[in-house]
Design a protein around this ligand. Structure first.
Ligand code: SF4
Ligand code: SF4
Length: 515
């Protein structure tokens, strides 16, 4: 441990800092935010009291016991299979040889029990592909945990309709009126309504609304940008429909955004406004830095400079210059201390052990983004083994100096948001700031705005097919370091998710937007 680090941890009583899972793409990136959520009786509070109290109790318990390291959020990846191949997702690349493997349900529940984090973020891969996702959510809820389902949104409406089928009573006028309303809003189709009216076919569990549960939907910008990044047209529109349906059915929903080098922050503000107007309960936002798996792939296999695509620390600070302003206008997850860090106003040290990741290979060390096989085993069989065997002082950036070069540009939630909550770099007034942020009234929802909605649906919805447009807009010669001379962009992009396609992200976004 560096001198000065953790020096005033004992002063932190930042118990309410409801750090929450977010930021990993659905699977590939993690953002640690805060517990959001509308509680009917505490609707004016930024975060639900019961959840804040639960996390507060957890931190306080460990502070009193002087537990040196403990988990706040478990990033649980029961599988790495995904229906998308998003640009910049490290998961489906790092674990490409084990994409078909699953963590058995019992093991998922056992590891949650083992690390005892009050919050579990189920990610992946796409967690809704996990065959026992409903039982997993139910099991974690039985353990008393706050559950986040980090999803790309594509299968979300299916799960919502499964739930609706279990509660719909065709003979009940109010239920029928609700169904007709959902039909009118095109959130369900006639065929869906018929299935819902028939009721469930078996006794399988469904994912029910709860104040302890959040859908955390991956959205990286407005329609055009998001569909470019996920490399499939129509995904943004599906996410919006799923979010609307979830809100109509009483679920809590957060959005989860990664900021890239080419991300226009004005677009991010528009996105916050739009999803706030839909009644979303919070937003997580995280810098997409040059994490190891993606960087190695880019350097070794493609001979490209990652700085052309990912954020450096300096760029992150520039992009997040208005994060505190956003925190006032919208329900942004992440402690105010972490927000100050992102805005470049203070330093924090990495506390990646507080947000451990468990996946098909075990407990991933040292963090969600990096698997260090040079100085650690890479994956460990138990959380305790990982805690005791990993040399945590090797990682992070302290006083501007990277302890490990791979950490140099990292400012992600999973490394640094817990530091804000745990008070590892305590400064006078931090507790009050965090307390105020949690218990102050929630920023009001942004008013519905037809002009805003028009600006939001700026892609395939108005006939702007992103793939076709990007093919025209990003000629091969425009790709920095391209070693595919002679290959047309169209050919490169035609294999959505292929190496060429994903590495074109920055260029696609920049070139398409110049049009
Ligand atoms: S949806 Fe995209 S970011 Fe999420 S796991 Fe799949 S490929 Fe990765
Ligand atoms: S600073 Fe390093 S160890 Fe910490 S979260 Fe970032 S990459 Fe991981």
């Amino acid at each position: 441990m560096q001198r000065g680090e953790h020096q005033r941890a004992d002063q932190s009583v930042d118990v309410h800092a409801a750090i929450v899972p977010a930021g990993a793409r659905c699977g590939g990136r993690v953002t640690v935010g805060r517990t959001p959520g509308p509680s009917r009786h505490l609707v004016t509070m930024r975060f639900p009291l019961a959840l804040s109290v639960k996390i507060a109790g957890h931190i306080l318990k460990h502070k009193l016991r002087r537990t040196p390291k403990f988990a706040l959020v478990l990033q649980l990846e029961p599988l790495h299979t995904c229906n998308l191949t998003c640009t910049g997702c490290g998961r489906i690349r790092e674990y490409s040889t084990s994409l078909k493997n699953l963590v058995p349900l019992e093991k998922c529940l056992a590891v949650a029990d083992e690390c005892d984090a009050p919050m579990v973020s189920i990610c992946g891969g796409e967690p809704l592909i996990y065959p026992q996702i409903e039982a997993l959510v139910e099991g974690l809820r039985r353990q008393g945990r706050i559950v986040y389902i980090c999803t790309n949104g594509v299968f979300m409406r299916k799960k919502l309709k499964d739930y609706l089928a279990t509660v719909h009573r065709p003979e009940h006028p109010a239920d029928e009126a609700r169904l007709r309303q959902l039909l009118a809003e095109q959130l369900i189709a006639e065929a869906d309504a018929a299935i819902i009216r028939r009721g469930p076919e078996d006794q399988r569990p469904v994912i029910r609304p709860s104040k302890w549960l959040y859908w955390n939907v991956h959205v990286d910008g407005l329609e055009y940008t998001h569909d470019l990044i996920v490399e499939r047209e129509g995904v943004f529109r599906e996410c919006v429909a799923a979010i609307k349906l979830a809100k109509r059915l009483g679920y809590q929903v957060a959005t989860n955004t990664t900021v890239y080098r080419e991300t226009d922050v004005r677009e991010i503000e528009e996105m916050f406004k739009f999803f706030s107007s839909l009644g979303c309960d919070g937003h997580t936002i995280s810098p997409g830095y040059d994490y190891d798996a993606a960087k190695q792939d880019m350097v070794k296999r493609l001979g490209k400079n990652p700085e052309a695509f990912f954020l450096t620390r300096k760029m992150t600070i520039e992009k997040f210059a208005k994060i505190e302003e956003w925190g006032k206008a919208f329900t942004i997850f992440g402690t105010p201390v972490y927000q100050e860090f992102l805005a470049g106003k203070r330093e924090l040290t990495c506390t990646a052990w507080a947000i451990p990741t468990y996946n098909v290979q075990g407990w991933k060390a040292p963090c969600y983004l990096m698997t260090d096989t040079l100085h650690s085993a890479g994956h460990y069989p138990t959380y305790q083994e990982m805690l005791t065997q990993v040399d945590w002082d090797r990682y992070g950036v302290v006083n501007g100096v990277a302890r490990d070069p791979r950490c140099e540009n990292c400012m992600v939630h999973c490394g640094y948001d817990p530091s804000g909550a745990l008070g590892t770099n305590y400064q006078r007034g931090d507790n009050w700031k965090n307390f105020k942020y949690n218990f102050w009234p929630r920023p009001p929802a942004y008013p519905a705005d037809a002009e805003l909605t028009k600006r939001v649906f700026n892609g395939v919805s108005i006939g702007q097919g992103h793939l076709a447009k990007a093919k025209t807009a990003a000629p091969t010669s425009a790709i920095p370091g391209s070693n595919h001379q002679g290959q047309s962009s169209a050919a490169a992009l035609s294999s959505s998710g292929g190496a060429r396609a994903r590495d074109l992200s920055g260029t696609k976004m920049a070139a398409a937007k110049k049009e």
